[in-house]
Ligand binder design. Structure first.
Ligand SMILES: Nc1ncnc2c1ncn2[C@@H]1O[C@H](COP(=O)(O)OP(=O)(O)OP(=O)(O)O)[C@@H](O)[C@H]1O
Ligand SMILES: [Mg+2]
Length: 633
């Protein structure tokens, strides 16, 4: 027997798609308030949203007829034409309120200012009541009680109250970033847990700038100063498309994609392809498995994007995904290349760890001591926990320092120094001619080399610790990239005696498959009988190096990425691997002139804030923070 389903069931099915948890109900209600033109939205909840969710707005409100219709399925005021591509509101399906009403006790109270009085309507698990007068003065309040009480399966699926509350706050934060002109509050069990003040666009003369300022201010309020103050501003255009927002420094990275916030025409979306695009833009500046933090606002003509592809509108489909990809990649790359800084969080983390060690780990929360820096307060952020690059095991695994030949030397001949490492093992303080170097440089004046590995420099208002190997590795990589992009390509040097290498059958195959590409990168190889290859020429910039290991590593790199990446991405990976071999290794003494030359080159080299593996090349400690460490502040 086939029968038409009753409305109640249909609404519950729709709710199953769209209302997954309290946070998704909040999303729908907040979006309705935004569509109604509100500039203040107040959210309250109890018990993680399980017993109560209420969203109060000061928007346009509804009269009695409008209110009655609002809980009918497929009733919407937001599609003015019959063209589904003409979408100018966040809502358009006309399903959210009936869906929520089918799985909760929902009360809507609203007033259209043109009407004599306000009205209220109750829906009890799909049973719609009568519209009755109310004393409400302005806007709309939707109260949702005991969500999912009639859907035990959903109820069981909910997490702890704390997790659900966190999801609600996160959802609100996410939506709020696209609407700096709207104020938001979240009150949890009677306690105000989030307040975002509305930013007004008052200055009409400079409307555009003002909007970007407001946007940035809201991102700062929502995401925190640690991210926003050092993030790179984006403002790109292509045809009728614009891209604005903030891109985090590569060294401000996270273990998941949760910090990637994407908006299309003011709508928060999750899009795997776009996330992939963002990661590709950060490619060789991030450690493996780490994600950048970005807030991207993409605006495109409504006919160029289909938002009707996902019930919760969390995904979109672009008419021309290629154009979007290049817009995003170019804007992000330009931003990343414009700056060599590393995240100030690194210094915060270092000092946080130092003070923890000093007083015993976890003996105080840091909240009162660290000047309210959430970076290491209770280890809450990813920087409180140790990221991959702080893990010594990981370090050794990706950076084969021990495999490097003892005669590895600086590639630039003018940097050439005594090959023999005779210096004492701890500190070089040859500052005789370093005193002329002013501390005005961003990376300051080199003062000492510690453990033949770290350079310590003095800056105007603090100090910088540089990992000489990591830094030089990046400089060699960027020099090689620059050479590659020039007419002559990467400069090659013929070996006096060609080197025979037997890296194993699979490696030989993949190397020979890429022989042409490798030649373009300065590595000229040819087949040499069974299971062996001959290396005839090397990139000149690498100097004398461990050719055997370099070729084996290159083969491994190619094997790992053979099918999964574009040729261009593979080339970048190979370059990154090769440039490790031309780098001044850890454990080599440098004099003051050499150290300062390294710092100046870093300042002039894009991406020099992180090595080829994405680890930071330097950490900045501000004097103020060091003073705090010693209780001087
Ligand atoms: N806070 C509000 N203020 C004023 N009108 C509202 C409010 N919330 C809902 N409405 C009205 O009720 C209608 C139905 O809302 P509902 O959320 O169910 O559908 P929608 O927003 O049109 O589409 P979608 O299902 O995609 O959200 C809206 O079109 C709008 O006219
Ligand atoms: Mg809606």
């Amino acid at each position: 027997m086939i029968r038409l389903l009753p409305d109640r069931i249909i609404n519950q099915i729709a709710a199953g798609e769209v209302i997954e948890r309290p946070a998704s109900a909040i999303k729908e209600l907040v979006e309705n308030a935004i569509d109604a033109g509100a500039n203040q939205i107040d959210i309250s909840l109890a018990d993680g949203g399980r017993t109560l969710i209420a969203v109060d707005d000061n928007g346009a409100g509804m009269n009695a007829d409008h209110l009655r219709l609002s809980v009918e399925r497929h009733a919407t005021s937001k599609l003015n034409t019959d063209d589904i591509m003409e979408i100018h509101y966040l809502g358009f399906r006309g399903e959210a309120l009936p869906s929520i009403g089918s799985v909760s006790a929902m009360t809507i109270t609203s007033r259209d200012p043109a009407d004599d009085n306000g009205w209220t309507l109750h829906v009890d698990y799909g049973q719609v009541g009568e519209v009755a007068p109310s004393s409400r003065q302005k806007g709309t309040r939707v109260m949702v009680e005991h969500l999912f009480a009639n859907v035990p399966a959903r109820l069981k699926f909910l997490k702890t109250d704390r997790t659900e509350t966190a999801q609600i706050i996160d959802m609100t934060r996410r939506i709020s970033m696209a609407h700096p002109d709207i104020g938001f509050t979240v009150t949890d069990n009677g306690r105000q847990s989030m307040v975002l003040v509305a930013r007004q666009t008052s200055d009409h003369q400079n409307h555009q700038n003002n909007q970007l300022d407001n946007q940035r201010a809201r991102i700062r309020d929502a995401m925190g100063a640690e991210f926003a103050d050092e993030a790179l501003a984006l403002d790109a255009k292509r045809d009728a498309m614009t891209l604005t927002g903030l891109a985090g420094l590569p060294t401000f990275n996270k273990p998941t994609a949760a910090g990637i916030h994407l908006y299309v025409n003011g709508r928060a979306i999750r899009d795997k392809t776009l996330i992939g695009t963002v990661r590709a833009a950060y490619a060789d500046t991030l450690p493996r498995g780490r994600y950048p933090v970005v807030v991207l606002f993409l605006n495109v003509p409504s006919e160029d994007v289909d938002v009707n592809v996902h019930p919760a509108k969390a995904e979109v489909r672009f008419q021309d995904a290629g154009i979007i990809r290049s817009l995003v990649i170019n804007a992000l790359r330009a931003a990343i290349d414009s700056d060599f800084r590393t995240s100030g969080q690194l210094g915060q983390t270092a000092l946080g760890m130092a003070s923890h060690q000093q007083y015993g780990r976890g003996s105080y929360s840091g909240g009162s001591y660290g000047g309210g820096r959430p970076a290491y307060r209770g280890g809450g952020s990813s920087y409180g926990a140790s990221p991959d690059w702080q893990n010594p095991a990981h370090y050794n695994e990706t950076l084969p320092i021990s495999d490097m030949p003892p005669q590895a030397r600086l590639a630039d001949d003018q940097h050439h120094i005594h090959a023999q490492d005779q210096a004492p093992d701890h500190v070089t303080t040859d500052t005789s001619n370093a005193d002329d170097i002013t501390t005005d440089y961003p990376l300051g004046a080199a003062k000492a080399q510690l453990h033949k590995t770290y350079i310590v420099a003095e800056t105007k208002d603090g100090m910088v610790i540089i990992d000489q190997h990591a830094a030089h590795e990046r400089l060699v990589l960027e020099r090689m990239k620059a050479q590659r992009d020039q007419a002559g390509g990467i400069e090659r040097q013929a070996l006096l005696i060609p080197e025979v290498i037997e890296p194993g059958a699979a490696a030989v195959m993949v190397l020979l498959d890429h022989a042409e590409m490798l030649a373009g990168l300065g590595l000229v190889i040819e087949s040499f009988g069974d299971g062996a290859i001959l290396v005839r020429e090397m990139p000149a910039i690498l100097g004398q190096t461990n050719i055997q290991q370099l070729v084996k590593d290159t083969a491994e790199e190619l094997l790992e990425h053979d099918n999964s990446q574009s040729l261009e991405a593979r080339m970048d990976h190979v370059l990154a691997t090769m440039s490790c071999y031309g780098s001044v290794r850890a454990g080599r003494p440098l004099n003051a002139a050499e150290m300062n030359a390294l710092l100046r080159e870093m300042e002039d080299t894009p991406r020099s804030g992180q090595c080829n593996h994405g680890r930071p090349t330097f950490v900045t400690l501000s004097l103020a923070d060091v003073e705090k460490l010693f209780g001087r502040r």
